[in-house]
Design a protein around this ligand. Sequence first.
Ligand SMILES: [Zn+2]
Ligand SMILES: [Zn+2]
Length: 228
Amino acid sequence: MELSTWQEVFQEKAKELGKRDTWTLLPSDSLQPSPGWIQYKQNTFARFHCTSCKRWWGSAQVHIHFHFKLSWGEGWVKMRVFKQQCKHCKAAKLEEPEFTRQNIEIVLTNLQQRIQIKCYGLKIDKNPVLTSIYSGDMKGPHDRDHCEACSMGVCKWRACGEGQRDQASARPAQKCTANRQDDGPFLPRIVPPSPPTHENPVLPQADWTPLIGVIALGAGLLLRLLFR
Ligand SMILES: [Zn+2]
Ligand SMILES: [Zn+2]
């Protein structure tokens, strides 16, 4: 995971608050609700890479939990990012997601808005929550058997029932050849800034139409010359 990018964007967003308070982002592998901390959850898109079989897959259900509080001029944000496992490998380890900077900015802009509302009493309801950029046309339902958030009962699909898809939040952005392990077919096809996949390689397909046209033209001229 791109921790330095998260920290960098987080500090940009903290500066944009325009307050004298300092804000610190603390990544965590376990997050327990505690008094005084406000909880905020988001889902975003990210890609995963299996360290065993080397395949890539994308998921629009990458769950992120934030707990934050502001106290005596110091703001604290704890962040837990949930992992996923490769479904093709037995006893695969939980892999960390890889986010685009664009999605990190979207997630942290939403967090910034939440902090403005909860810690600074600002009413900015008019600002819509930004939706993540999906760079994969994922197939099938969310793969709950290989999702850390689902196994802990915090994943959205588990909470809201089967078969639901957040189509409204899908916003195609770029093309991508990513493999999709899960999630809905709500996106167009695709191409990502990230490494190529091992499955479904995209091979260039020859287009013979112009060549056939040239051959037909040549044959026509030849016949005309012969029978003139
Ligand atoms: Zn694998
Ligand atoms: Zn899940």
